[in-house]
Ligand binder design. Structure first.
Ligand code: NAD
Ligand code: MG
Length: 395
């Protein structure tokens, strides 16, 4: 028997992290969980440690580490507990880790993704913000480290599944790609009523069950904007060859329009376990646990052009991609701050856009060349601080 694929699952307590464990547990002996990480939710991580007995568990704070140690004491586990960003980076480069599931939310996942890329790991990338912020640096680390980068975002996995295994053929194959967007919970809502929407309404996605931040991004369409930027790096396409269409059923997960006029699509029920299973087993396929599509019961597949006035965040993302390097760092950082404030009920829903657009506009003119991680992180911090000040000044 071949050796199990040894995994580090970053963000194990999150939506993608838990779906990953669900797939892993369907295949006893095929995978071994070496590392699990979470930020603060020690109780939940302790429960996962009891389930998988990892060698190492990493948390973000000393308080969480204490809680975790107490919660697993006496359980007879091999699990050691470590704390902080440096421990996270050490965890992904371990010799006994073959593959890393990057499922931390936000730019907080960038450093560990870069470390995994440089170490030449098989990198299952759910953490789109890391690529939006890291961009060229991230892709350079993948190439230099010899890492295998496997997209987990459902749209990018769909495109990846439609393309030949030999990447050298991609440029000649692809005319353009089409990312599908469900339109989120407010697709048909009167835009005049949007300011008053609550976090509960914004995170109630019609098709997908996801973490809170990405759910808000799906409502504003910033998620699709981040995905356009993600696609630019993963598939090396200019913005005009990355298109977006509204497809409310989320059955077609994205499409490749080929040079000869053929359009290839990947279909399925909206369940992240499908792209996760493909990332785990690539280039083979394994059971994911997802409900199968039933064409007899399908009411139809519908498409609508993107309404940029309803979803101004998508235009902002395209503009940032076309603008100076660093603009996408500003976009992402301001968005993370604004969405966190909205979820905390400190900011109105339509003010998310005002804060993001205002931050990009204010800081973009002064952008100089950036290339190193510390420069990216300094810019990220500058944008966050600008966004926080803007929010304080709002009525
Ligand atoms: P989530 O909020 O459910 O989980 C986030 C995880 O990251 C948690 O385990 C949390 O403990 C950890 N975390 C949060 N902040 C951290 C920090 N500062 N340092 C270290 N760890 C931290 O999020 P999710 O929905 O699972 O999404 C994870 C990533 O995957 C995001 O980048 C998201 O855009 C992407 N993604 C998610 C889905 C989905 O269906 N949920 C689909 C496509 C892409
Ligand atoms: Mg997606």
């Amino acid at each position: 028997m071949t050796r199990p694929l040894r995994l580090a699952i970053l963000g194990a307590t999150g939506s993608v992290g838990q779906s990953t464990l669900d797939v892993v547990e369907r295949h006893p002996g095929r995978f071994e969980v070496i590392v699990l990480t979470a930020h603060r939710r020690a109780e939940e991580l302790a429960a996962l440690c009891r389930r998988c007995d990892p060698k190492l568990a990493v948390v973000g704070t000393d308080a969480a580490a204490q809680e975790l140690r107490a919660a697993i004491a006496g359980a007879g586990l091999r699990t050691e507990v470590a704390v902080g960003p440096a421990a996270l980076e050490e965890a992904v480069v371990r010799d006994d880790v073959d593959a890393v599931m990057a499922a931390i939310v936000g730019a907080a996942g960038l450093a560990s993704c870069l470390a995994a890329a440089q170490a030449g790991k098989r990198l299952l990338l759910a953490n789109k913000e890391a690529l939006v912020v890291g961009g060229a640096l991230f892709m350079q680390a993948v190439r230099r480290g010899g890492a295998t980068l496997l997209p987990i975002d459902s749209e990018h996995s769909a495109i990846f599944q439609c393309l030949p295994l030999d990447r050298a053929q991609w440029p000649a194959w692809i005319d353009h790609i089409v990312l599908t967007a469900s339109g989120g919970p407010f697709r048909t809502r009167d835009p005049a009523t949007l300011h008053g929407v609550t976090p509960e309404e914004a995170v109630a996605h019609p098709n997908w069950v996801m973490g809170r931040k990405i759910s808000v991004d799906s409502a504003t369409m910033m998620n699709k904007g981040l995905e356009v930027i993600e696609a630019r790096w993963l598939f090396e396409l200019p913005p005009e060859r990355i298109r977006v269409i509204v497809h409310p059923q989320s059955v077609i997960h994205s499409m490749v329009a080929c040079a000869d006029g053929s359009v290839l699509a990947q279909l399925g029920t909206p369940d992240m376990r499908v792209p996760i299973a493909y990332g785990l087993s690539f280039p083979e396929r394994i059971e994911s646990g997802a409900t199968r599509l039933n064409f007899e019961q399908m009411a139809g597949l519908h498409f609508e052009p993107m309404d940029y006035s309803r979803y101004p965040a998508l235009r902002l993302a395209y503009d940032a991609l076309a603008a100076r390097e660093g603009s996408t760092v500003l976009l992402n950082a301001a968005n993370e701050e604004a969405v966190a404030a909205f979820l905390d009920r400190r900011l109105g829903y339509t003010d998310i856009h005002r804060v993001v657009a205002g931050t990009v506009e204010a800081l973009q003119p002064a952008l100089g060349p950036i290339g190193r991680l510390d420069e990216l992180l300094a810019l990220d911090e500058q944008a966050r601080s600008h966004a926080r000040q803007t929010m304080k000044a709002l009525p």
